[in-house]
Design a protein around this ligand. Structure first.
Ligand code: ADP
Ligand code: ZN
Length: 738
């Protein structure tokens, strides 16, 4: 049954016009009233087009309006038309309302994530195809010859594909159509994606996996709201295990959503999925072409796509019948969207599962402290995998104390680490040098006068990117050619790079290991998802000896020959004043070291650190996860940080510092008094200037049970309004404190 018809159609009455409230995809919270033209039937959730100012927009009927204000009758506009797509179901509309309310985002902007985007929502456009049929042209050119060679098989091809394959412009194709050499025909509509086969290749599960597999199947076949934390060490087979919940849901004919923090991960994942289910899953992320986006959206809404793997935005898609959600690497901070609608996809996925009354699985080797506490309190069911598949040992971890055995000045790889890498390469194994810093060096200065190169519109040093020969701001993207002269004292050849980035490490690795094949993996060097997939493939197949990478390589990948990871600066994330710094460092290092020894079982991780006695380093070396969580949970409880308390931050920015500061003070002054809530600040943000805007922050801290969103809404309703170029951003449950 189509559940969205529960409210029925909006009844026609003879006298008053029929009016409905329609949510438009712009930054507005409330729905607008529109008249339903005679002869049209609409239901809540229906996707329509409406006039909005001078434009026509795709919008969604949110509710009937049985008693519209009679004074409005003459001013209401008509709905222009209905789109031939399934209505957004109650479940999704409830989620949209919920997320908007919780994050204090305009409802129209949240809803927009479900439509994404209007212009592609119509029926799939028919693509013109061409086929060789007539006489060869009278005048032959090299381009025409290439095109005819491509089409010589007589098959129908999309015009754009034919041009691309032959390396010719669309004009060349059109020319041959005009001459009658080629004929055009519409391309047939693309068929629905083939369904995954739940029984295609069920693996043999090990004894230690079996209990988890049974739990997965049970949870999927119960099909009710339930949160499971699939807590398994790296290499324990979490993916194979949760695939059984996927299989069970597919057998029941319902859809599955698998969220991943990073689309870089979806390449290997697609292949693993295909090995298990015989077909690839449908993908949803920002790199899809508009055409694939439209096609995938339609397949999801029609229920033709059974399994969708995607980035966080896939959470808001209009699934016809979602039956299970899986959040892979649930602790990853990439699940938090930090602009526009600021939402945490993991948390909102739990809300969606609750609204839809379906199970959700959170998978991680290092759960977030929030999820760990929920599991300890019994709110989430813990399903544990405590050993690696195939009896492989977990990697051993050793510390390299940079105070005693560090490299020489200007070098970053310690002698001991270098020695171990030599041994690994001699054994024909791979090594990974991990440094979470893009570029060549984080700072450039003049040896003569001490001048440091900073961004002109951000409070940030420019990062030297030698591969591109530019200095780049990591906050606004500003870049300039690397100068040869100091702009301050005019000295020549006086600029020095301070500190390492991955590009500089590659230079050092090339000097230390001249015969090794190295590859740098860093998000800024990726030109397309396809090239990245092929690079990851080169690594997996052993065509690289030393991988040098940022966090891009830390996650999820399975590189069979990798047995050694050297963390170049294990302290990097610890000192930034973020309440989750220790947790993030623990997770990231655990995850990157977890890439090793996955097939041969003798992985080893070396942590280069200045703080060998830090609790995070000690817990890692001892392999004592419990110790880490125990001390971290105790600290959060003591200080009232999440999940024992709640946080929100208000970021106030303006083109000049005094306006930002004075508005932040006015705002703080009118905060309603509530003894369960503390308002801290305003303080200048750690990143005090971004893109020419000066930033101040207020941090709001409350007890766990408090409706913080409600408090913020009341506060902002009575606060002075932002004027001019003042801007106020609200971040509920902030992950970034910069
Ligand atoms: P995790 O996500 O927990 O790090 P993976 O799911 O990537 O672990 O599994 C690690 C490796 O072990 C993968 O190559 C996977 O295919 C393999 N594996 C896990 N369980 C099984 C199984 N039951 N049968 C065959 N291979 C398995
Ligand atoms: Zn900048």
């Amino acid at each position: 049954m189509d559940r969205s018809s529960r409210h029925g159609t909006i009844p026609a009455s003879s006298s008053a016009p029929r009016v409905v409230d329609v949510l438009v995809p712009v930054a507005i919270d409330h729905a607008y009233s529109y008249r339903v033209p005679r002869g049209m039937e609409v239901r809540p959730g229906e996707v329509v087009t409406v006039p909005l100012g001078p434009r026509e927009v795709v919008a969604v009927v949110w509710a009937g309006n049985p008693a519209p204000d009679p004074r409005l009758h003459n001013r209401l506009k008509d709905i222009s038309g209905k789109l031939d797509v399934p209505p957004l179901r109650d479940e999704l509309r409830t989620l949209i309302d919920w997320v908007a309310n919780y994050t204090l985002s305009p409802r129209g902007m949240v809803m927009r994530m479900s439509l994404r985007m209007g212009e592609h929502l119509g029926p799939e456009r028919v693509r013109p195809g061409v086929r060789l049929s007539g006489e060869p042209p009278r005048r032959m050119t090299p381009a025409r010859r290439r095109l005819l060679a491509v089409l010589s098989d007589g098959l129908l091809r999309a015009k754009s594909d034919a041009a691309r394959e032959a390396g010719v412009s669309a004009g060349v194709v059109d020319g041959l159509v005009d001459e009658g050499t080629l004929t055009t025909e519409p391309m047939p509509r693309s068929p629905p994606p083939p369904p995954p086969d739940p029984d295609f290749a069920v693996p043999d599960f090990s004894r230690s996996q079996r209990a988890a597999v049974d739990a997965m199947r049970a949870l999927a076949s119960n099909g009710t709201f339930h949160v499971a934390l699939l807590d398994g060490v790296t290499g324990s087979g979490k993916t194979e295990v949760y695939f059984e919940a996927v299989a069970e849901t597919v057998r029941r004919g319902r859809q599955v959503l698998i969220l991943m923090p990073e689309i870089a991960l979806t390449g290997q994942f697609r292949d693993r999925f295909a090995a298990r289910f015989g077909e690839r899953p449908l993908e949803w992320h920002s790199e899809l072409t508009p055409r694939n986006r439209a096609r995938n959206w339609a397949a999801i809404a029609a229920g033709e796509a059974q399994v969708v793997v995607g980035a966080r935005s896939a959470l808001f898609l209009p699934y016809a019948d979602l039956g299970l959600i899986i959040i892979d690497e649930e602790h990853d901070q990439a699940y938090k969207q930090d602009e526009g609608v600021r939402y945490h996809a993991r948390d909102m996925a739990v809300v969606r599962a609750h609204v839809a009354k379906i199970p959700i699985i959170l998978a991680s080797a290092t759960p977030s402290v929030e999820s760990e506490v929920n599991a300890r309190k019994g709110r989430y069911q813990r399903i544990a995998l405590t050993s690696r598949f195939g009896g492989q040992h977990l990697p051993r971890i050793e510390l390299i104390d940079l105070r005693r055995e560090g490299p020489s000045r200007g070098r970053f790889i310690s002698p001991r680490l270098a020695g171990e890498i030599v041994t690994a390469i001699e054994r024909r194994e791979q090594a990974l040098l991990f440094l979470n810093r893009r570029g060549y060096a984080p700072l450039t200065l003049c040896r003569g006068c001490g001048h440091r190169f900073a961004c002109t519109i951000c409070d940030a040093w420019l990062v030297d990117h030698r591969f591109r020969d530019r200095l780049v701001c990591h906050h606004c993207g500003f870049s300039m050619p690397r100068p040869h002269q100091c702009p301050h004292c005019a000295a020549e050849q006086s600029l020095v790079a301070v500190g390492p980035g991955v590009e500089r490490l590659q230079e050092e690795a090339a000097a230390l290991f001249p015969d090794a094949r190295t590859m740098v993996l860093s998000s800024d060097l990726i030109t397309s998802i396809e090239t990245m997939r092929s690079e990851l493939n080169d690594i997996a197949e052993g065509r690289v000896d030393i991988i040098i990478g940022t966090q891009l390589v830390a996650k999820g990948h399975h590189f069979p020959r990798l047995n050694l990871v050297g963390v170049v600066d294990a302290d990097l994330g610890l000192g930034n004043g973020d309440p989750r710094a220790a947790e993030r460092t623990f997770q990231l290092l655990n995850q990157v070291i977890g890439r090793t020894g996955r097939e041969q079982g003798r992985g080893v991780g070396y942590l280069q650190t200045h703080q060998p006695e830090h609790p995070v380093m000690k817990a890692l070396v001892a392999g004592d996860r419990e110790a880490f969580y125990a001390s971290e949970i105790a600290a959060r409880e003591r200080t009232g940080y999440p999940p024992f308390g709640r946080l929100a931050s208000l970021i106030i920015s303006a083109g000049d510092r005094p306006s930002a500061e004075s508005f932040a003070r006015q705002l703080a002054a009118v905060a309603p008094v509530d003894e369960r809530i503390q308002v801290l600040g305003p303080a200048e943000a750690p990143l005090a200037l971004i893109k020419g805007r000066y930033r101040f922050r207020l941090l709001v801290k409350s007890a766990r049970g408090v409706d913080l969103s409600g408090y913020l809404r009341d506060w902002l309703a009575s606060a002075p309004k932002t004027r001019g170029n003042l801007k106020l951003e609200v971040d509920v449950d902030p992950q970034s404190f910069l």
